[in-house]
Design a protein around this ligand. Sequence first.
Ligand code: PRT
Length: 119
Amino acid sequence: MSAPASPPEGGAGAPGVLRRLEAAIAARKGADPAVSHTAALLARGPGKCAEKFGEEAVEAIVAAAAGDRANLVYESADVLYHMLVMLAARDVALDEVLAELARREGVSGVAEKAARKPR
Ligand SMILES: N=c1c2ncn([C@@H]3O[C@H](COP(=O)(O)OP(=O)(O)OP(=O)(O)O)[C@@H](O)[C@H]3O)c2ncn1[C@@H]1O[C@H](COP(=O)(O)O)[C@@H](O)[C@H]1O
């Protein structure tokens, strides 16, 4: 019997911490908003979750523009958490996003943009 084909190096999966965070967020759906920040956010609806993601992204942008490395790391963690909450609010799995990234692997952004332009 021949050996199974090797998966692409590194695979297309999320690191454990992102997987655990996605599961924690999913588990908070319908939980008591008084004891869970995630539940409180989800209870306010997908629009509010998207708005919070935008606010956190701006905070990361400010840190990056200021060259505040420590704050950029901190705010980027907030961005990732709030992105997962926003996705959960719309029932989009992290795997769907990762599959899109995997699909793009090896496709130059410059070539992709050129292909989109009308001929
Ligand atoms: N990773 C996070 C995480 N990152 C940031 N935050 C919270 O996100 C909030 C962002 O602060 P803001 O002041 O911007 O938001 P806010 O307090 O809603 O203020 P307003 O804008 O509403 O005035 C803070 O309360 C942070 O504690 C997080 N809350 C939860 N998690 C993860 O989610 C898990 C479940 O948390 P709970 O849902 O709270 O049980 C935790 O174990 C963590 O792993």
